[in-house]
Every structure is written in structure tokens, then in C-alpha cells.
Design a protein. Structure first.
Length: 477
């Protein structure tokens, strides 16, 4: 075992006693220089993968494949690849500054309440509207459990759903109330392995079933064409797949808790610090690359499943009906094995999103409360208490929204507008922070700059489209 490995292990054991949001010269650590060495420090990206590959990919991406067929398969790769450049830039600022994204958003004036600017208030509006979305994620996981193990009644009966909702809440809260990043990472990595193997396995096995697809079908989806009548599907897919503005924001918190900024150390203006920063930024980029590969492969698998199974039958199930429909189809073509593999994969996808949301949202809200001026973020005791309380309260609220609320039309509309504008706002914040707070030596890579410009334009257009669509103004057929 090398000295660096011993140092890394010692630090990992002491993580619980260290404030990841405070930069101390005593915590600096030399970055790994080999690819194998970098792999040992991955984690934040896989936590984001666990969050991203949730109901959006399982339900919505499968539905898009059912609607459009193989023709838009290429867009899955493009849409997941484009957005990571904004994520990379925001995370680089976090490593250099030691601050999470919401703090950076507050730098974009005017400031309205405390240290909060208009982007912070927009995030608050968007997150309120996401209550029902998170409730739906819990509902999907609970539905999968109810089908596999229908306790207290028939599968998907109210007693069964209520029972598994209570059990899921208890398990997640018990796991996360300690507020330790290492727990979140371990469960996220495990879930990512399970749902990657299961979803890819199911997609690859389809050619040996009644829903076989050919290499010609796959190649027809890689022609970079948008046939007439599919523009709306194409825009929807670009918006749904890959990391969103919310995940870009959350990723900066996980980078800090993993230690990338702490290992870089405070900015003392020395060449040594700049060298360490470049090294840990390189680790972060490797983390994003691995996360992108996982997200893209899984998303493509869901799309292929929809295009191969549902599209030929003109079936586009909505919501959790997607789970029951696909599980029954896999059961009829692949027997009990296919049925169980799909349900286990679906549960891993949705439950991992539930865990990731329960871990991240309390941190973001606690930071927001601090930015609004209600307590000092540096007060680790108060910060930890607020995060623990919200870790208990938020999942209960989300679960109740799933069990009680039936017609969330207004909140969905508010969420649509806020999400669309928030995408644009994050791009504005990234360029603001890049121009004013990132040293010139860290923005000299012309390729990264060009890709950031391209991603910014694409995300900006998507945000505008989302707002128009929310108000019923259709662009394209």
C-alpha cells in the first residue's frame, strides 16, 4: 500500500469530523495523476447518475421511444453530452472557490433578501413545484415493490401502496438522517450497478424475443435526422434526458463533500495551489465522464425498450402504468426471469432517485436558509441540525403528495415555467462566475470554451421553448 493510499484511507475515516465546506491548509492532498488513481476518488457523478436516471428516464424516455421509434436514438447521446459542459464549468468554479452553486448564484445581482439574488429565489420557486415530481418518484418505487411483494392486499391496492410507502420512508430516513456523504455514495454506486446491469441486459436481450430489433433499426436512429412531425418529441427528449439545472446545482455540493475543494486548499496565490487545483479539476472531469457514460447507456437502453416493445404496438403508457405494462410484457416474452429483472431494475432506478433527492434537497434548502440570512453557514452545529430535520420532514411531505394530491395542474405549470427559466438562469450564472471569479489560467482551453458556448445556446433555447410550451404555445409539430 502506497503512502498516498494510506493518507487517503486515513482522511476517509476522518471525513465525518471535517467540515467539507471549509478550506483549511491542513487538509490539502496531492491529486492522483493516473487514470486508475483518479477512479479511486470518483463518486459525486454516480450520486448524480442515481438522481438523474429516475422516473424521467424510466418512464418518460421509454414513452418517447414508444412515440418516435428508433429515429431519435441519436438525440439521446447528443442531449446527455451537451449539458455536461455547463456542469463542468460550474463544478470547476466550486473547486476553485470552495463554495456551492447556490452561493455563486447569489453573486449574480441584484441581491434581494440577505445574500440571495434573483436566481436563488427562482430556485425556491422551482423546488416548491418539484414536490409532486418527487412524490411521483416515491410512487414509482412503491409501485414496483407492491407488484413484487403485494403485502396487505392485491398488487397496487391502496393498503399495499400505503404499507410500502411507510416502509420506504422509514428506510431512507434511517439511512440518511446521520447526514454522511459516504452513505449516500455507497448506496448510489450500488444502485447504479444494479440498474445499469439490469436495464442494459434487458435492452440487449430483446433481439432474442418477440420484440426483436435489428442493427438496421439502431443505425436508422443514428442518422442525425428529425423527421417531419417529431420536432416536439425531439425538444422534449433534449429537455428530459441528461443532467438538468437542478442536478448541475446539486453536483457542486457533492464535489465539496467528496473533498475536491478541500484537498485543493484555500487560494493562497501560489503555483502549488494552482497545480493542485488543476489536478482535482481533472479528477472531477473524470467523475463527470464516467457519470455521463452510465447515464447515456442507461437512457439509451430505456429508449430502445420503448422503441422496440411499445412503438410497434402504438402503446404509450402514462406514469406508473409504464412499469406494470413493461413488467407484464417482459413476463410474457422472457418468463418470470424477465419480469423480475425488470422490476428489480425499475425499483433500483426509482429508489436511488428517492435516496439522492432525500440527501441533496435538505442540503440545498439549508444553504438557502443561510443565504436568506437566517443563520451562518459556517455554524456547523446549526447546519447539521437543520439538514437532519429536513431529511425527516421532506420525504414525508413528498410521500403525502403522492398519496393525497390528485390534480396538481397549477404546481405543474409553475414548475414548468420555473424550470425553463432556471435553465437559462444557471447558464447566466456560469458565465458571470467564469468571467469574474475564475482565473484566466483555468479558462484557456479553447475546446472547453467552444463546447460551453454551444451548450449554453442549446440550453437557453430549451428554456425558452419550455416556457412557451407551458403556456400552450407550440413550436413545431
Amino acid at each position: 500500500m502506497t503512502a498516498q493510499n494510506i493518507d487517503r484511507d486515513d482522511r476517509a475515516g476522518a471525513d465525518a469530523a471535517v467540515d467539507p465546506y471549509h478550506l483549511d491548509p491542513k487538509d490539502v492532498l496531492e491529486p492522483p495523476t493516473t487514470f486508475a488513481g483518479k477512479l479511486k476518488y470518483l463518486g459525486p457523478g454516480l450520486v448524480i447518475s442515481a438522481a438523474v436516471i429516475g422516473s424521467g428516464e424510466l418512464i418518460t424516455t421509454t414513452a418517447l421511444g414508444a412515440k418516435a421509434g428508433f429515429v431519435l436514438l441519436w438525440l439521446v447521446i447528443i442531449s446527455t453530452a451537451v449539458k455536461v459542459w455547463v456542469q463542468l464549468e460550474l463544478a470547476q468554479w466550486t473547486i476553485l472557490s470552495g463554495k456551492p452553486a447556490l452561493e455563486g448564484y447569489g453573486h449574480v445581482g441584484p441581491r434581494l433578501i440577505g445574500r440571495a439574488g434573483w436566481i436563488n429565489l427562482l430556485w425556491i420557486l422551482m423546488d416548491f413545484a418539484k414536490v409532486l415530481q418527487r412524490g411521483g418518484i416515491i410512487g414509482g418505487a412503491v409501485a414496483a415493490l407492491s407488484i413484487m411483494l403485494p403485502v396487505f392486499g392485491e398488487p397496487l391496492s391502496t393498503p399495499s401502496l400505503v404499507f410500502w410507502t411507510v416502509v420506504s420512508l422509514a428506510v431512507v430516513i434511517a439511512l440518511l438522517v446521520t447526514n454522511r456523504y459516504s452513505i449516500v455514495e455507497k448506496f448510489s454506486v450500488g444502485a447504479v450497478i444494479i440498474f445499469t446491469v439490469s436495464t442494459v441486459g434487458l435492452a440487449v436481450s430483446l433481439p432474442f424475443t418477440d420484440f426483436a430489433y435489428t442493427s438496421a433499426d439502431v443505425m436508422s436512429g443514428l442518422t442525425f435526422a428529425i423527421p417531419a412531425g417529431t420536432l416536439g418529441f425531439a425538444v422534449a427528449m433534449f429537455g428530459i434526458t441528461g443532467v438538468g439545472a437542478d442536478e448541475m446545482t446539486t453536483y457542486t455540493y457533492w464535489c465539496l463533500e467528496k473533498g475536491y475543494a478541500r484537498y485543493t486548499g484555500p487560494n493562497d496565490g501560489t503555483a502549488e495551489r494552482a497545480r493542485r487545483a488543476r489536478g482535482w479539476i481533472s479528477v472531477m472531469r473524470t467523475d463527470v465522464l464516467v457519470s455521463w457514460i452510465v447515464s447515456t447507456v442507461c437512457t439509451m437502453s430505456f429508449y430502445v425498450i420503448g422503441a422496440a416493445i411499445l412503438h410497434p404496438q402504438n402503446l404509450v403508457p402514462e406514469g406508473n402504468d409504464m412499469i406494470t405494462t413493461l413488467s407484464s410484457m417482459y413476463s410474457s416474452t422472457m418468463g418470470e426471469a424477465g419480469h423480475w429483472i425488470f422490476l428489480i431494475g425499475a425499483f433500483a432506478v426509482l429508489f436511488s432517485t428517492f435516496i439522492a433527492s432525500t440527501a441533496s434537497v435538505p442540503r440545498l434548502w439549508t444553504n438557502t436558509v443561510s443565504i436568506l440570512g437566517l443563520f451562518e453557514w459556517e455554524n456547523t452545529l446549526t447546519r447539521g441540525r437543520i439538514i437532519r430535520v429536513l431529511t425527516v420532514v421532506f420525504p414525508i411531505i413528498w410521500a403525502l403528495s403522492y398519496l393525497i394530491i390528485q390534480s396538481p395542474v397549477i404546481m405543474v405549470q409553475i414548475g414548468g415555467v420555473a424550470s425553463g427559466v432556471f435553465l437559462v438562469a444557471v447558464v447566466i450564472a456560469v458565465w458571470y462566475l467564469r468571467s469574474r471569479e475564475v482565473p484566466a489560467e483555468f479558462k484557456s482551453n479553447h475546446f472547453f470554451t467552444v463546447m460551453l458556448v454551444f451548450a449554453s445556446l442549446a440550453i437557453g433555447l430549451l428554456g425558452i421553448y419550455t416556457v412557451f410550451e407551458t403556456f400552450g404555445i407550440e413550436i413545431g409539430a
